[in-house]
Design a binder for this molecule. Structure first.
Ligand code: NAI
Length: 729
């Protein structure tokens, strides 16, 4: 038989070497072609006496197999649940046939060694359905390389390992290890997998196939442990074993605490572990496929797959990049200003592989900026995340300076000096006097319009905004802001740069606050308004966490600082001419900064106290200044206000074209300020609840709490015509 995705090479002893190698793809994944051909191979394998056993390996240097092509899952359009189940069960059915040699297990004498031996020769990462294929083999040999990732990350896109992973993992490694791997989605290395009993051999990379073959030849008939009579879960399983009971009680409680009931996949995985552990294996995999089907039809997984996987990758690959501009080679980047942002930008740029000229007005500052990278590198080396050599190479790429002449051969400039238009103007002039004529100049300004700054440039078409978030080395999002005169090359270069530093870009319009900084302040303000109304701070913070936000808005306010909040409010008042003194939030900020000296986390605390060496906790003195209301709102009410305080400004940004599409609005929200990932982002969430429901809810909130909750006109129109955001996109 001939296949396109696999090759089958039978040796003189009848051992088939099956090499998975998808044509025109850099990585092996389960796609429709591989599913079809692999199933056909299994049919042939169990029926064909010429094949005595098999070794499964990969023809890709990039790894063994990286899971299912999520596009295939996202596009599955089953008409009925039954059909959806049958689709979901295909991989399980095929792998079960492989491990039982096509014999229905229940008809066999338990323990009878009946299957032809199959071993996996794993030369690189095996994730999701890739690892599940490995688990279905009777013997698993992995290359001895600590960088190889073995894991089931499906939970990260709202799914569960649906190729038997929730059943074979606990039977090999115990419930606890299986739950850790499947509910957190974090991979383990070969040594850990060996210690947990998930694989049997870790050998030098060049020997995986030979060792796997040797095992197959030494074991002409075999059976999986779970098909043997008297099989027991390592560490206990089932409904009666006190160890398993204890585990399920603890695991469920912990799962609800961390997911706040927002991630159905976590619950489903625990259900698979429990139900699967009290059922025979053939039933257990059907249980798994049932839960998998259910998750696949849940909007949570669809939204997560779309935003966190498909759209994120598209953005990172340059979806918004002008296609005709040749890609920029960024060997050397000039970073102006070595303060908090410049230092971080220098680090991520050097990490991306480019040389960095880090310029400040004073050598001491420039060197301090480089020392920031040194700190990160040293920490990485001590934790074993990076080798000493690689760390040193990275540091050697950063050259601190005060001399503009050092910028003469850079390929890109990123400016992060003080947020002062005059200083920026001066720096632009001095830089343009030395850099090449076609070099793109990017500013990291957070508030100054790019179009205005570009007026100080001799080449406004080569001027653009690249807006990072703090801390730069941790925050995944970057906003790209073309100014009025920015040309295509500046946009293309900015996107090439973001790709080089492996962050996620969105392209936004040149307006005050760009996208994320237009949405976050109203959200934080709503939480402060709740404080002024006498709502318990713990209720506010917990409501946000229940929504799925990583931290509460009051903690976020402490981070960005009350001081900055007051400065922005004062500047906005000056600009708009509207007197803020009647605004409760403005008064609260003034009280915090001027009267209480609680200016933010870094200077005296804020809504929280930060005891040295201890854990932060809500400031006990708050109620003296903002007495608690006798009647507290419900958790649902607070959740709704905090949610809509983000949905409305995000929707406004989309309606006003500040972000041009729902994809960018969703990516910016999740990766910019941690908007609840389970929703897939604010636009996905509005689509999921329905635009009409969103509009109605917003209007009712506006009636109750004020016009800030009024939905944008565009959304009212969409509600009338029944349009959805993603259909429109
Ligand atoms: P910073 O005050 O920590 O650093 C500014 C650096 O620029 C200092 O090291 C200073 O010595 C240097 N500098 C000032 N004038 C200079 C000149 N004429 N020539 C060379 N170097 C000069 O400020 P930060 O926070 O790093 O902000 C820098 C820029 O990044 C600002 O435009 C800010 O709006 C923007 N930004 C800040 C964010 C934040 O969270 N802090 C987030 C995103 C953007």
């Amino acid at each position: 038989m001939s296949y396109e995705t696999i090759s089958v090479d039978i040796d003189g002893d009848g051992v088939a070497l099956v090499t998975i190698d998808l044509p025109d793809q850099s990585m092996n994944v389960w796609n429709e072609a591989l599913m079809r051909e692999f199933a056909a191979f299994i049919d042939d394998f169990v029926a064909n006496d010429a094949m005595k056993g098999a070794v499964i390996t990969s023809g890709k240097a990039s790894g063994f197999l990286a899971g299912a092509d999520l596009r295939m899952l996202g596009g599955s359009q089953a008409e009925t649940m039954k059909e959806a189940f049958e689709n979901a069960f295909k991989l399980n059915a095929a792998l079960r046939k492989l491990e039982t040699g096509g014999h229905p297990a229940k008809k066999l004498q338990k323990g009878e060694a009946h299957a032809k031996p199959v071993a996996a020769a794993v030369n690189g990462l095996a994730l999701g359905g890739g690892l599940e294929l490995v688990l279905a083999c009777h013997h698993r040999v992995v290359a001895d390389n600590p960088k190889i990732q073995l894991g089931v990350p499906e939970v990260q896109v709202g799914l569960l390992p649906g190729g038997g992973g929730t059943q074979r993992l606990p039977r090999l490694a115990g419930l606890q290890n299986a739950a850790m791997m499947a509910t957190q989605g974090k991979p383990i290395d070969p040594a850990t997998a060996l210690a947990q009993g998930i694989v049997q051999e870790v050998v030098p990379a060049g020997e995986v196939v030979a060792k796997a073959k040797a095992w197959v030849k030494a074991n002409p008939k075999t059976v999986q442990p779970w098909d043997k009579k008297g099989f027991k879960f390592p560490g206990g399983g089932g409904a009666m074993d006190p160890r398993a009971v204890q585990f399920f009680i603890g695991a469920n409680a912990m799962a609800q605490k961390t997911t706040q009931h927002n991630y159905p996949a976590v619950q489903a995985i625990l259900s698979c572990l429990y139900e699967g552990s009290i059922a025979p294996f053939d039933t257990a995999i059907r249980i798994e496929s049932k839960y998998f089907t259910k998750l696949l039809s849940d909007p949570t997984s669809k939204n997560m797959i779309r935003t966190l996987f498909i759209n994120k990758q598209a953005a990172e690959k340059g979806e918004q990049r002008p296609k005709d501009v040749p890609s920029a080679e960024l060997k050397k980047v000039g970073v102006l200003g070595a303060g908090m942002m410049g230092a971080g930008i220098a680090y991520v740029t050097a990490k991306g592989g480019a040389q960095v000229v880090l310029l400040d007005r004073d050598m001491e500052y420039a060197e301090k900026g480089k020392a920031y990278s040194q700190g990160i590198v040293e920490k990485g080396v001590s934790k074993g995340k990076v080798t000493k050599e690689k760390g040193e190479e990275l540091l050697a790429r950063i050259t601190p300076t005060t001399d503009y002449n050092d910028l003469k051969d850079v390929d890109l400039i990123i400016e992060a000096v003080f947020e002062d238009p005059d200083i920026k103007a001066d720096v632009i002039k001095k830089t343009e006097a030395v850099i090449g004529k076609d070099v793109i100049f990017a500013s990291n300004t957070s508030t100054l319009p790019i179009t205005g700054l570009a007026k100080h440039s001799e080449r406004p078409d080569q001027f653009i905004g690249i807006h990072f978030f703090s801390p730069v080395d941790k925050m995944p999002l970057v906003e790209i802001i073309p100014g009025g005169a920015s040309g295509e090359k500046s946009l293309a270069t900015a996107l090439d740069y973001v790709r080089m530093i492996k962050k996620t870009p969105i392209v936004v319009k040149d307006t005050r606050g760009f996208y994320t900084n237009r949405v976050v302040p109203p959200y934080i303000n709503e939480s402060m308004l709740l404080v002024t109304e006498g709502v318990k701070p713990a209720l506010i913070e917990n409501a946000a966490k229940a929504l799925g936000m990583p931290v509460g808005p009051l903690a976020l306010c402490d981070e960005t600082s009350q001081e900055l909040g007051l400065r922005i409010a004062t500047a906005t008042a000056k600009e708009t001419g509207v007197d803020p003194s009647g605004e409760p939030v403005y008064q609260l900020l003034k009280t915090f900064v001027e009267r209480l000296g609680r200016k933010g986390r870094k200077s005296g605390g804020g809504f929280y106290d930060y005891p040295e060496g201890g854990k932060k906790h809500l400031w006990q003195g708050l109620s003296e200044h903002y007495p608690l209301a006798e009647e507290q709102p419900s958790l649902e009410e607070v959740k709704e206000r905090l949610l809509y305080a983000q949905l409305i400004p995000a929707a406004e940004c989309y309606a006003d074209g500040i972000v041009s599409d729902p994809q960018s609005a969703d990516l910016g929200a999740i990766f910019g300020w941690g908007f609840a990932p389970w929703t897939g982002g604010p636009m996905s969430h509005i689509d999921t609840i329905g635009v009409e429901t969103f509009v109605r809810k917003a209007e009712s909130l506006a009636q109750k709490y004020g016009s800030r909750f009024n939905p944008p006109e565009k959304f009212r129109d969409m509600a009338k015509t029944g349009e959805t955001l993603y259909k429109a996109a």
